[in-house]
Design a protein around this ligand. Structure first.
Ligand code: NAD
Length: 312
Protein backbone atom coordinates (compact mmCIF):
# COMPACT_ATOMS: atom_id res chain seq x y z
CA UNK A 1 0.00 0.00 0.00
CA UNK A 2 0.98 3.62 -0.46
CA UNK A 3 0.22 6.79 1.49
CA UNK A 4 0.58 10.36 0.24
CA UNK A 5 0.98 13.25 2.71
CA UNK A 6 0.30 16.68 1.18
CA UNK A 7 0.50 19.14 4.10
CA UNK A 8 2.48 19.88 7.28
CA UNK A 9 1.10 17.26 9.67
CA UNK A 10 2.60 15.65 12.76
CA UNK A 11 5.62 13.46 11.99
CA UNK A 12 4.11 10.54 13.94
CA UNK A 13 1.70 9.93 11.04
CA UNK A 14 4.50 9.16 8.54
CA UNK A 15 6.42 7.20 11.20
CA UNK A 16 3.50 4.97 12.22
CA UNK A 17 1.90 4.44 8.80
CA UNK A 18 5.41 3.86 7.41
CA UNK A 19 5.44 0.58 9.36
CA UNK A 20 2.65 -0.70 7.11
CA UNK A 21 3.09 1.05 3.77
CA UNK A 22 5.27 3.31 1.64
CA UNK A 23 4.77 6.94 2.68
CA UNK A 24 5.51 9.77 0.23
CA UNK A 25 5.25 13.51 0.76
CA UNK A 26 4.38 16.17 -1.81
CA UNK A 27 3.65 19.45 -0.09
CA UNK A 28 0.55 21.33 -1.22
CA UNK A 29 0.19 20.08 -4.79
CA UNK A 30 -2.25 21.89 -7.06
CA UNK A 31 -5.46 20.08 -7.98
CA UNK A 32 -3.95 19.23 -11.39
CA UNK A 33 -0.79 17.82 -9.78
CA UNK A 34 -2.88 15.75 -7.41
CA UNK A 35 -4.96 14.29 -10.26
CA UNK A 36 -1.69 13.04 -11.79
CA UNK A 37 -0.28 11.74 -8.47
CA UNK A 38 -3.30 10.17 -6.77
CA UNK A 39 -3.94 6.99 -8.86
CA UNK A 40 -1.07 5.20 -7.08
CA UNK A 41 -2.20 5.86 -3.52
CA UNK A 42 -4.39 4.02 -1.01
CA UNK A 43 -4.26 6.73 1.70
CA UNK A 44 -4.23 10.53 1.43
CA UNK A 45 -3.28 12.65 4.45
CA UNK A 46 -4.09 16.37 4.21
CA UNK A 47 -5.42 19.48 5.90
CA UNK A 48 -7.51 21.87 3.79
CA UNK A 49 -5.56 22.39 0.55
CA UNK A 50 -6.16 21.66 -2.22
CA UNK A 51 -9.93 21.14 -2.30
CA UNK A 52 -10.67 17.52 -3.22
CA UNK A 53 -13.05 17.68 -6.18
CA UNK A 54 -14.72 14.99 -8.31
CA UNK A 55 -11.88 14.99 -10.84
CA UNK A 56 -9.34 14.07 -8.15
CA UNK A 57 -11.62 11.39 -6.69
CA UNK A 58 -12.32 9.95 -10.16
CA UNK A 59 -8.57 9.64 -10.71
CA UNK A 60 -8.07 8.04 -7.27
CA UNK A 61 -8.49 4.45 -8.42
CA UNK A 62 -6.85 2.89 -5.33
CA UNK A 63 -7.84 5.43 -2.68
CA UNK A 64 -9.49 3.95 0.41
CA UNK A 65 -9.06 6.62 3.09
CA UNK A 66 -8.60 10.38 3.31
CA UNK A 67 -7.30 11.53 6.71
CA UNK A 68 -8.06 15.22 7.19
CA UNK A 69 -5.98 16.74 10.02
CA UNK A 70 -8.51 19.50 10.76
CA UNK A 71 -12.19 19.90 11.58
CA UNK A 72 -14.20 21.11 8.55
CA UNK A 73 -14.90 18.86 5.55
CA UNK A 74 -16.46 21.38 3.18
CA UNK A 75 -13.33 21.30 0.98
CA UNK A 76 -14.05 17.67 0.09
CA UNK A 77 -16.65 16.39 -2.39
CA UNK A 78 -18.23 14.11 0.22
CA UNK A 79 -20.97 12.76 -2.07
CA UNK A 80 -18.45 11.46 -4.61
CA UNK A 81 -16.19 10.09 -1.85
CA UNK A 82 -19.16 8.20 -0.42
CA UNK A 83 -20.19 6.92 -3.84
CA UNK A 84 -16.68 5.54 -4.35
CA UNK A 85 -16.50 4.00 -0.88
CA UNK A 86 -13.63 6.29 0.18
CA UNK A 87 -13.69 6.85 3.94
CA UNK A 88 -13.08 10.44 5.04
CA UNK A 89 -11.76 10.91 8.56
CA UNK A 90 -11.45 14.28 10.31
CA UNK A 91 -10.28 15.39 13.76
CA UNK A 92 -12.98 17.40 15.52
CA UNK A 93 -12.52 18.93 18.95
CA UNK A 94 -8.79 18.32 19.32
CA UNK A 95 -7.65 21.94 19.01
CA UNK A 96 -10.13 23.48 21.46
CA UNK A 97 -7.72 23.78 24.34
CA UNK A 98 -5.08 25.40 22.11
CA UNK A 99 -7.53 28.09 20.99
CA UNK A 100 -8.82 28.58 24.55
CA UNK A 101 -5.31 29.06 25.97
CA UNK A 102 -4.53 31.64 23.27
CA UNK A 103 -7.70 33.50 24.27
CA UNK A 104 -6.57 33.66 27.89
CA UNK A 105 -3.06 34.70 26.76
CA UNK A 106 -4.54 37.66 24.90
CA UNK A 107 -6.71 38.64 27.89
CA UNK A 108 -3.61 38.67 30.10
CA UNK A 109 -1.54 40.53 27.48
CA UNK A 110 -4.17 43.26 27.28
CA UNK A 111 -4.77 43.39 31.04
CA UNK A 112 -1.03 43.67 31.81
CA UNK A 113 0.12 45.62 28.71
CA UNK A 114 2.83 43.01 28.14
CA UNK A 115 3.27 43.71 24.43
CA UNK A 116 3.72 47.53 24.62
CA UNK A 117 5.80 47.13 27.80
CA UNK A 118 8.10 44.60 26.12
CA UNK A 119 8.41 46.92 23.12
CA UNK A 120 9.25 49.84 25.43
CA UNK A 121 12.05 47.88 27.11
CA UNK A 122 13.53 46.20 24.04
CA UNK A 123 13.06 48.86 21.37
CA UNK A 124 12.95 52.14 23.35
CA UNK A 125 15.48 50.90 25.99
CA UNK A 126 13.12 52.31 28.64
CA UNK A 127 12.69 50.54 32.01
CA UNK A 128 9.59 52.20 33.48
CA UNK A 129 7.33 50.13 35.67
CA UNK A 130 4.92 52.98 36.37
CA UNK A 131 3.97 53.42 32.73
CA UNK A 132 2.13 50.11 32.35
CA UNK A 133 0.02 49.60 35.46
CA UNK A 134 -2.39 46.80 34.63
CA UNK A 135 -5.48 45.12 36.03
CA UNK A 136 -6.23 41.55 37.09
CA UNK A 137 -8.69 39.05 35.67
CA UNK A 138 -9.72 38.04 39.20
CA UNK A 139 -13.28 39.07 40.00
CA UNK A 140 -14.02 40.33 36.47
CA UNK A 141 -16.93 39.11 34.35
CA UNK A 142 -16.11 37.02 31.30
CA UNK A 143 -18.85 36.93 28.66
CA UNK A 144 -18.63 34.04 26.20
CA UNK A 145 -20.52 34.31 22.90
CA UNK A 146 -20.91 30.82 21.41
CA UNK A 147 -20.58 28.31 24.23
CA UNK A 148 -19.40 25.23 22.29
CA UNK A 149 -16.17 23.30 22.69
CA UNK A 150 -13.81 26.28 22.69
CA UNK A 151 -16.18 28.67 24.51
CA UNK A 152 -16.70 26.18 27.34
CA UNK A 153 -12.97 25.60 27.73
CA UNK A 154 -12.36 29.37 27.87
CA UNK A 155 -15.05 29.56 30.57
CA UNK A 156 -13.35 26.80 32.51
CA UNK A 157 -9.95 28.54 32.30
CA UNK A 158 -11.61 31.88 33.16
CA UNK A 159 -13.03 30.32 36.33
CA UNK A 160 -9.51 29.21 37.28
CA UNK A 161 -8.60 32.92 37.16
CA UNK A 162 -11.55 33.56 39.53
CA UNK A 163 -13.68 35.26 36.86
CA UNK A 164 -17.50 35.14 36.81
CA UNK A 165 -18.56 33.42 33.62
CA UNK A 166 -21.71 34.39 31.69
CA UNK A 167 -22.53 33.02 28.25
CA UNK A 168 -24.81 33.44 25.25
CA UNK A 169 -25.62 30.45 23.06
CA UNK A 170 -29.29 30.07 22.05
CA UNK A 171 -28.66 26.61 20.60
CA UNK A 172 -27.66 24.90 23.84
CA UNK A 173 -29.89 23.32 26.50
CA UNK A 174 -29.89 24.88 29.99
CA UNK A 175 -28.07 21.97 31.63
CA UNK A 176 -24.85 22.74 29.68
CA UNK A 177 -24.61 26.19 31.31
CA UNK A 178 -25.33 24.67 34.72
CA UNK A 179 -22.67 21.97 34.30
CA UNK A 180 -20.17 24.60 33.18
CA UNK A 181 -21.07 26.91 36.09
CA UNK A 182 -21.90 29.72 33.67
CA UNK A 183 -24.93 32.00 33.76
CA UNK A 184 -26.97 31.80 30.56
CA UNK A 185 -27.93 35.25 29.25
CA UNK A 186 -29.20 37.02 26.16
CA UNK A 187 -26.53 38.62 24.01
CA UNK A 188 -27.58 42.11 25.19
CA UNK A 189 -27.19 41.08 28.82
CA UNK A 190 -23.75 39.58 28.17
CA UNK A 191 -22.61 42.77 26.44
CA UNK A 192 -23.89 44.92 29.32
CA UNK A 193 -22.32 43.04 32.23
CA UNK A 194 -19.00 41.78 30.84
CA UNK A 195 -15.51 43.18 31.35
CA UNK A 196 -14.20 40.76 28.72
CA UNK A 197 -16.35 39.51 25.84
CA UNK A 198 -14.90 36.57 23.92
CA UNK A 199 -16.29 35.35 20.57
CA UNK A 200 -16.44 31.60 19.85
CA UNK A 201 -19.38 31.19 17.47
CA UNK A 202 -19.09 30.26 13.78
CA UNK A 203 -19.29 32.87 11.04
CA UNK A 204 -22.84 32.60 9.66
CA UNK A 205 -25.40 35.00 8.16
CA UNK A 206 -26.60 35.49 11.73
CA UNK A 207 -23.18 36.32 13.23
CA UNK A 208 -21.63 38.26 10.32
CA UNK A 209 -20.94 41.85 11.42
CA UNK A 210 -22.48 41.08 14.82
CA UNK A 211 -19.93 43.26 16.55
CA UNK A 212 -20.66 46.71 15.21
CA UNK A 213 -21.14 50.24 16.56
CA UNK A 214 -24.56 49.28 17.95
CA UNK A 215 -23.40 46.26 19.94
CA UNK A 216 -20.23 48.03 21.09
CA UNK A 217 -22.38 50.92 22.41
CA UNK A 218 -24.12 48.45 24.74
CA UNK A 219 -20.84 47.37 26.34
CA UNK A 220 -19.21 48.67 29.51
CA UNK A 221 -16.76 51.51 28.99
CA UNK A 222 -13.24 50.11 28.90
CA UNK A 223 -14.36 46.52 28.24
CA UNK A 224 -12.18 44.25 26.13
CA UNK A 225 -13.21 42.10 23.13
CA UNK A 226 -11.46 38.89 22.08
CA UNK A 227 -12.07 37.23 18.73
CA UNK A 228 -10.53 33.82 18.05
CA UNK A 229 -13.40 32.78 15.75
CA UNK A 230 -13.67 34.54 12.39
CA UNK A 231 -12.82 38.09 11.28
CA UNK A 232 -16.17 38.76 9.60
CA UNK A 233 -17.97 38.68 12.97
CA UNK A 234 -16.35 41.98 14.00
CA UNK A 235 -16.78 45.19 12.02
CA UNK A 236 -13.18 46.42 11.97
CA UNK A 237 -14.05 50.05 11.20
CA UNK A 238 -16.46 50.24 14.16
CA UNK A 239 -13.93 48.46 16.37
CA UNK A 240 -11.29 50.99 15.33
CA UNK A 241 -13.60 53.87 16.34
CA UNK A 242 -14.26 52.20 19.70
CA UNK A 243 -10.54 51.73 20.42
CA UNK A 244 -9.59 55.23 19.25
CA UNK A 245 -12.31 56.92 21.31
CA UNK A 246 -11.43 54.88 24.41
CA UNK A 247 -14.92 53.32 24.55
CA UNK A 248 -13.25 49.88 24.56
CA UNK A 249 -10.07 48.99 26.43
CA UNK A 250 -8.70 46.58 23.87
CA UNK A 251 -9.31 44.13 21.05
CA UNK A 252 -7.38 40.88 20.94
CA UNK A 253 -7.79 38.94 17.73
CA UNK A 254 -6.47 35.86 15.92
CA UNK A 255 -8.45 36.59 12.76
CA UNK A 256 -9.05 39.46 10.33
CA UNK A 257 -12.05 40.49 8.26
CA UNK A 258 -10.27 40.11 4.90
CA UNK A 259 -8.29 37.06 5.86
CA UNK A 260 -10.18 34.26 4.17
CA UNK A 261 -10.80 36.03 0.88
CA UNK A 262 -7.12 36.87 0.55
CA UNK A 263 -5.81 33.53 1.88
CA UNK A 264 -4.19 35.40 4.75
CA UNK A 265 -3.37 39.10 4.73
CA UNK A 266 -1.46 40.73 1.92
CA UNK A 267 -0.36 44.28 1.23
CA UNK A 268 -3.53 46.17 0.27
CA UNK A 269 -5.83 43.31 1.37
CA UNK A 270 -6.20 43.33 5.11
CA UNK A 271 -3.00 45.14 6.13
CA UNK A 272 -4.84 48.36 5.29
CA UNK A 273 -7.24 47.77 8.22
CA UNK A 274 -7.39 50.89 10.42
CA UNK A 275 -6.97 48.62 13.45
CA UNK A 276 -3.22 48.46 12.85
CA UNK A 277 -3.01 52.07 14.06
CA UNK A 278 -4.24 51.10 17.55
CA UNK A 279 -1.78 50.13 20.33
CA UNK A 280 -4.55 48.32 22.20
CA UNK A 281 -5.25 46.03 19.24
CA UNK A 282 -3.20 42.85 19.48
CA UNK A 283 -3.29 40.30 16.71
CA UNK A 284 -1.82 36.93 15.77
CA UNK A 285 -1.97 35.28 12.31
CA UNK A 286 -4.67 32.63 12.95
CA UNK A 287 -2.43 30.76 15.39
CA UNK A 288 -5.26 29.37 17.53
CA UNK A 289 -4.79 25.72 16.67
CA UNK A 290 -1.05 25.91 16.03
CA UNK A 291 0.44 24.01 18.95
CA UNK A 292 2.64 20.92 18.91
CA UNK A 293 0.23 19.39 21.42
CA UNK A 294 -2.85 19.80 19.20
CA UNK A 295 -0.89 18.58 16.17
CA UNK A 296 0.28 15.50 18.13
CA UNK A 297 -3.25 14.73 19.37
CA UNK A 298 -4.69 15.14 15.86
CA UNK A 299 -1.91 12.90 14.49
CA UNK A 300 -2.69 10.17 17.04
CA UNK A 301 -6.40 10.34 16.20
CA UNK A 302 -5.81 10.16 12.43
CA UNK A 303 -3.36 7.24 12.79
CA UNK A 304 -5.86 5.26 14.89
CA UNK A 305 -8.74 5.93 12.49
CA UNK A 306 -6.71 5.11 9.34
CA UNK A 307 -5.50 1.86 10.90
CA UNK A 308 -9.05 0.99 11.90
CA UNK A 309 -10.35 1.74 8.40
CA UNK A 310 -7.69 -0.47 6.80
CA UNK A 311 -7.85 -3.14 9.54
CA UNK A 312 -4.10 -2.73 10.16
P1 NAD B 1 -18.52 24.42 18.33
O1 NAD B 1 -19.37 24.02 17.20
O2 NAD B 1 -18.16 23.39 19.35
O3 NAD B 1 -19.17 25.66 19.10
C1 NAD B 1 -19.76 26.75 18.45
C2 NAD B 1 -20.94 27.19 19.29
O4 NAD B 1 -21.47 28.38 18.72
C3 NAD B 1 -22.08 26.17 19.34
O5 NAD B 1 -22.36 25.81 20.67
C4 NAD B 1 -23.25 26.87 18.67
O6 NAD B 1 -24.50 26.55 19.28
C5 NAD B 1 -22.87 28.33 18.89
N1 NAD B 1 -23.52 29.24 17.96
C6 NAD B 1 -23.79 29.07 16.65
N2 NAD B 1 -24.43 30.14 16.15
C7 NAD B 1 -24.55 31.01 17.17
C8 NAD B 1 -25.14 32.30 17.29
N3 NAD B 1 -25.71 32.91 16.25
N4 NAD B 1 -25.11 32.89 18.50
C9 NAD B 1 -24.54 32.28 19.57
N5 NAD B 1 -23.98 31.07 19.52
C10 NAD B 1 -23.99 30.44 18.33
O7 NAD B 1 -17.21 25.03 17.67
P2 NAD B 1 -15.80 25.31 18.37
O8 NAD B 1 -14.90 24.15 18.12
O9 NAD B 1 -16.01 25.79 19.75
O10 NAD B 1 -15.27 26.50 17.45
C11 NAD B 1 -15.90 27.76 17.47
C12 NAD B 1 -15.36 28.62 16.35
O11 NAD B 1 -13.97 28.87 16.58
C13 NAD B 1 -15.38 27.95 14.97
O12 NAD B 1 -16.59 28.19 14.31
C14 NAD B 1 -14.23 28.57 14.23
O13 NAD B 1 -14.69 29.68 13.51
C15 NAD B 1 -13.32 29.08 15.34
N6 NAD B 1 -12.02 28.38 15.38
C16 NAD B 1 -10.89 29.16 15.31
C17 NAD B 1 -9.66 28.57 15.38
C18 NAD B 1 -8.41 29.41 15.31
O14 NAD B 1 -7.38 28.90 14.93
N7 NAD B 1 -8.46 30.67 15.70
C19 NAD B 1 -9.54 27.18 15.50
C20 NAD B 1 -10.70 26.42 15.60
C21 NAD B 1 -11.94 27.04 15.54
Amino acid sequence: MKCLIIDAVHSSIAEELGKYMQVDTKMLPTQEELVALIPDYDVLIMRVDPAINKEILDAAKNLKVIGVCSVGLNHIDMDTAKEKGIQVINAPGLNGNAVAELTIAKMLDIARHTIPACYDVKVNKNWDKYKFVGSELRGKTLGVLGFGRIGQRVGELGRAFLMNVVAYDPYLPAHVFEEQKATSMTIDEVLKVSDYVTIHMPLTDETKNLFNAKSIAEMKDGAVVLNMARGGIVNEKDMYEALKSGKLGGYGSDVMENELAAGGLTEGAGFDSPLFECDNFIVTPHLGAQTVDASRDIGAHIIAKVKEALSL
